[in-house]
Design a protein. Structure first.
Lengths: 328, 328, 328, 328, 328, 328
């Protein structure tokens, strides 16, 4: 049995703030624990939504929106139940890192986790085996983190079950991000997305900005999206806002991704949201150790719109420099 | 005598790419050196400009613009001499950190350096005692680095000598950044700025973006600014571009700076460039370890425009959250 | 087959000091090994006792008592055999840490280990598959380590086999610690205790003090206990000393454990061995970053005697602050 | 001028909680600060007491007593002023380490500090140049920290000025610790003690327990001592409690200190507070890497009472194993 | 399916330089990759040789020889195909360490690897499942690395299949190192050698020098050996050079290996290649912490020739001090 | 006054082994010390020789020879006094690093040290102010350490005082290394050599091998050299051995030193002791991140003999690749 225990009831009406407690013995605390913050808000009977942020620890729009929502949402507004976990990979969130500082595990590649595994695997297993089964709809927030930057979008996957896919697409559209992205995961093994979809649930994910920061604008997108999705699910009342203006995008294949084959200083020539033609120079890589050497110039391998970009000023060989999407 | 030696001539016509070599004995290289890239481009007799980036190692617009300039500028275009050091604190630049990983020294607080000091102090001393004296004008690039984000501006200081100040202001305006900032340094001890100004030179500095990244837009500002300043100094021919649209700003006092008094998750309520009224909420700080607690709300202590902001999604007690400037 | 080999015979009469040699290839020694100290003392035919310390590397009473015993015990005194391993998790002992610095594994949660696993798993597997099968009785020393502090007690588990449990209880009483504790492990998976008990052996464990130190008083308890247990087993002659005064305790359930839900500075209000009433304040947690804020006050959730306490002056959210036992 | 600024008034009646703000630019916060908690409580005119803890960051009785005092003391009780800084070396306190993690400086060897020095030196300089001059009496708490353990005592130094020494001794006796120690510092350069005494102030210091923990008993000694000293100074009313029972001790010379000349596992033979004869064995050091080797045995070089001891279970060559004091 | 993809064709005629790209998401690059350099040179149809270096990251003769070979070998010279991977454990090679800095895995103990494992395991799995099956002959270079030093030899294993063993021995002799060694692996689990031999391939390995350096002489041995082996395989034309002078050695058993049982300063008494008699002193270990103590003296446990030695000046308990081989 | 105290008498006849004790307070030992091993052997009245090794912590011939000498030399053999400090920078020696792990200071650039400085500076100051003044002759051992490799030589400096220089040269020749080197230090500030020579003493230094190892052959050179120098000084009797065969070398200027201007994999083309012509290729630097790129080739800038070389297989930009000396 998974060793995690909630310190609050998961199935009682009202609003409860508490923790998931995971025993974790270590050098600096022989009988210590990881306490993962959790809020459950339940009103009249109805569907359950599970809202998660911090799947990667350096992505901030989700945690901010979910803290705000956990603070301001009241049981009287809710038909059904909202389970809010702003920091899914809590140790990574506290460290401000993508993966957990405890075990080095990328949470979004370790589902369904293991109940006798590492800290990250135990958390994944608890969500997979206890919380996801309680939910009708799961919204999992992502942003670019410290090393990537994205156009703000909500996303849905191409799925084998057309009805499930349609339900996911409808929820994605309801979110109302400036962009909406259809994605076909090449290697979906271990993703939270896959684990949730495999249980037949409605699943929406996002990429909203990046760089390890959040802005007033990006957090407003995230918060409006959460309320919109809850309205779409019938858990909150009121009208969905701003969803009609979302631009539909698609990432059709591997040639969308552009990788660096040299270390150096990154000189971007186009920015997020700009249209590029095939063969257009999109970046130069200057050597970091000398002057007077021609830069390596990268060209767009396909036409489209810059949907993601490498964030840090220095680039390492093998890094993804840019992703070019196309309008759907 | 300072132990640094250039591997190229500093005073010959033509274009030379090389290094400043600083002997540095250490565990992983008993007889090692730090090689700081340097380019010198000299044409017909005329004034000397010293262009420096990487004073802080995580600020990228200067290094990119100076690599590009060192690559494309030809002696035939130059009247006088351009000395280009894209990475002033080279060890910090390679590490992608504000201060040097070798000695932990903030280069911009260690001038005039020491010839028998640490690596950073020796570099500072070499610039202060050898390269700055050769120059008529010094342009030193800064951006916000990994933890701050700025409106793009060139800046000049209030100086005791009105003629020198006027020359600096003219060069700052020539740079042609979207914003131009007059600054009164409270604590100028150890700054490169102060060391250069003390030698009676024309000095321009900048803040262009931040977050430890650079964009196509921000690098264009940096590169245009370098060319504009060289034109202004008579070293390059051609017209100054785009300088007329710069917005003049001022940072009049300590109350421009807003500091966090709590650790937590930063929820920004206004963005860079937005106008705020006195008392207007500008940010919330949510607790990082639990839900269900009211956030700390920060208000603007004066009206103005948001000119700088804390970048990382997590904030530490004592961090500068925002700087509010006023239009001059 | 487990790659560990002893450098001394395990089954010959006399007294042999040597090592268990475990090949361990690593960056700083391509063909290196871990050498785990071992002493075997055998006299006339009789039962075998396996005495182990250093299961956790920062607990010292066991290693001291076993060094002393390995030094002073002579074959002529022994009927049977005594196998002494003062430092079960030898790499952790040398580092002064609870878990191994090599693989981060908590030895007392990795039994029965793996012969093709990490260093800690290989050691566990060797004891489980080679040394424990040779033994009739196993005494494994524990103390609180650097982060916990305990009343000094020997302990036995509630077992399914009443005869085995009785044999263990008799050995625990023979140890003669100031306190004797009956324990029901909630989660016994991976413990050395469980592995030994599963082989039908008589097993005694201890908790003697803590804090990562040892005192003259606590080491005397440990050494007397070893001699008492060997007398009880018929391996040593002479009378058992001081066992009649031991106070019997019990840890009946989860509500014995009190966890912190806030980081801060720990202000204890009661000490080890003191009696508390239900609801009595036992500790305050002051904020570590400011003055003038009310502390969080923790109350006893049940009446009893303080049997264990958090040791470090700072407390982390999730740490066990105190354990309240009751007199049996 | 020292760059530290208080966020609260130091000289107004009432009770103010705030910080000393020290600007500290670094990789993870370009415009960051260190915020050192401070409380000032002022009532009717009268003398000023400066109470400090956390001079070393792993000593806890002072911080706990001062947090409690800052919380519960009211201006109406106070004649004069009480300035409370529970965490003098705040970065070390947060790290739980003796010296600062920022600069590695031992605060109690860096007075009078430097206003343009490292973080620790700037803090020392601020206390030396701003807060100590405001005070009539300074009480600075110490304990043994993570590596030493002490009998609980307050202490005063032998001073050149008999009147100042008498005033310090009177305050030490008023503190009312179980023991009171007269000390002659061999090497007093850089100590806070010396800096305060050099300004002609009344100074009391303490050693209360150790090991990096605090107990209910030790914190009660610390808190009672603070109240007693404030009563002694006329700042608080009421009777001094428990001072008459204090045992007077003296540390007459270098032969009080016993140092290890071998690494190993420490086997103590006597405990804190026990009387020893000259030549009596006080500890054994067992080898950490093998069994079957005779331990090194340490003898008392003089008769007396064990006043301090090495705390960790492992000992390093050169460590102080024990201090033997004599009854005055 | 293994996630590694080559960026060049593996089966086309001509000469292609590129990479094996392994996606590797991490804190400093969310969508990063490891790019393992690879060269494929194919001419007229014929056999395939796979040449690998950098199995351990601190062994340099193989990488140098393979860089040189990849640079100078032309398709016109080749009958068949040569696949060159100079840096098998590329992350370890870049770090200059035996095992990978990413996962701590010793590549030569992790075959056949795992396609869903750690970075090192994925690389091993790609070679085992994709590249080795393409090859008729595999030559894998080793040297002593930073902690061992070897006589320069090529080696073959005793195998169950006499025909395969004969083919391996013939290739080993063709290599033409100064020494040739027959080896019986006691524990061959996880070795690249074993994985290749299990696929029925001809396999040659080497040990050429050590200490984490390479000399002009040792690199010439390595380069000549590669060319000789390719000639032997019929892939290159020309005569095998220098193979007739190789001295045949054998490592018959466990008693060839001499291990230290004490830490200290290593005082070697015989050098590589010297003959020793049984019982002859081969090294002293002096204590590192004092003078005036007799050193531990190690004797040869068998007669023979010193074929390998501990390299660093300090020795740790458990290290292999020397290997004594015998002439075949 | 320097805080270091010897635990043995420095001026009594006989043989004493002990320590220099330097108090060093730190996180892991509040009242700890550094114990630097020291042996003093005094016989009939006569001159004093100070023999030191471990000035850099990763150079081993000196420490081995001095341990052996301290062990075997008897007062009856000695006319005068021999002071032996095998590990001058003892913390660096224990860490196996060139510079001290405590303060990062290169001992051979910090003389005359500071009595109130860091640990390394205090040690330097003690030798400079206490031990060197007692000596008539100082022999300080060096080798290449982990990153350089040298021909084995003793060395003397060109000095302003011809008589002192002649005395040093005579002692250097007496040492009897295979090579003898005259050196003109360009930057002698802070060297032990300079500090000793400035006191008018006879000074000999060495470079014997390198790479962080020692061989039987190199330790024999070191030990014979010590005995020869003591014979030369009249402290030991007997004949000087093997000095007549030493080859005289000279390092006339800066162009002896060859520095890398690129990172990469070092491919040496000539070895230590080989003669090279001006312009002869001596090494290639291959890129570490790809195949198929031409290497950078380094040529000899002057004719001569390779006297020193870069040791590690990887080279960093700025490293010294080789030193070419000429026969005197």
């Amino acid at each position: 049995m998974n060793p995690i225990r909630p310190t609050i009831p998961l199935d009682l009406p009202g609003k409860h703030h508490g923790f998931l407690r995971l025993p974790y013995s270590r050098n600096d605390s022989a009988w210590g624990s990881v306490l993962i913050p959790l809020t459950v808000i339940a009103g009249e009977p109805g569907p359950t939504a599970l809202l998660t942020g911090g799947n990667h620890g350096d992505e901030y729009e989700g945690p901010i929106a979910l803290q705000q929502l956990a603070w301001e949402l009241e049981p009287a507004e809710v038909t059904g139940r909202v389970i809010i976990a702003p920091y899914l990979n809590y140790p990574a969130f506290r460290a401000g890192t993508r993966v957990s500082p405890i075990d080095g595990v990328n949470m979004n590649r370790c589902f369904p986790g293991r109940r006798d595994g590492t800290v990250t695997q135990k958390i994944a297993n608890y969500f997979d085996s206890v919380l996801v089964p309680m939910a009708d709809l799961v919204l999992d927030y992502h942003s670019g983190g410290k090393t990537l930057d994205f156009l703000p979008y909500a996303a849905a996957h191409y799925l084998d079950d057309p009805a499930q896919q349609a339900a996911c697409v409808a929820a994605m559209r309801a979110f109302g991000a400036p962009f909406s992205m259809m994605m076909r995961e090449i290697d979906a093994v271990g993703m939270f997305d896959t684990a949730v979809e495999a249980q037949g649930k409605v699943f929406v994910t996002t990429e909203i900005g990046g760089g390890g920061t959040a802005t007033a604008a990006s957090t407003r997108i995230a918060l409006r999206g959460a309320r919109n999705v809850l309205r779409h699910a019938g858990i909150l009342g009121g009208e969905i806002e701003g969803a009609e203006d979302s631009v539909m995008l698609d990432m059709p294949g591997d040639d969308c991704f552009h990788f660096a084959e040299r270390d150096g200083l990154l000189h971007p020539l186009v920015d997020l949201g700009e249209e590029v033609a095939e063969g257009q120079p999109i970046a130069r890589i200057w050597p970091a150790d000398r002057t007077g050497i021609a830069p390596l110039e990268m060209q767009a391998s396909r036409p489209g719109i810059i949907a993601a970009r490498h964030f840090p000023g220095l680039v390492q060989s093998g890094d993804c420099l840019a992703v070019i999407a196309m309008r759907a």
